[in-house]
Design a protein. Structure first.
Length: 112
């Protein structure tokens, strides 16, 4: 008796899996060369902004401490004249705020 069933497929080359693997490796290579460096640069920018903000706050507190230090020194003859320090410190920060305010850029908001 002769069998009419088709012969089993040969275990040969699996080209769809090879193409899928090649596409995956290409996409991974492109991602590693583009997205990963951008993510690292963004992290550096974010951490830099946080460090700059903390540094600015520390600088302001240092300025306040230096300008107010003479009030607490017992041997300074005019240690109670705090108003001069307050005026000087206020003038510095008003000038800095005015400069920042003048350099701002205002974008109109979209109405919803």
């Amino acid at each position: 008796m002769v069998s009419t069933a088709p012969p089993p497929p040969e275990r040969g080359h699996d080209w769809p899996a090879d193409i899928a693997d090649r596409i995956e490796s290409t996409v991974t290579t492109i991602r590693d060369k583009t997205t990963v460096p951008i993510q690292k640069a963004a992290a550096v920018v974010v951490y830099g902004l946080v460090a700059a903000t903390v540094g600015a706050v520390a600088l302001v507190l240092l300025i306040v401490m230096v300008l107010r230090l003479h009030v607490y020194l017992p041997y300074h003859p005019e240690g109670r004249r705090v108003w001069t320090t307050d005026v000087a410190l206020g003038a510095i920060f008003v000038a800095a705020g005015g400069l920042c305010w003048r350099r701002r850029s205002v974008t109109p908001r979209e109405s919803t």
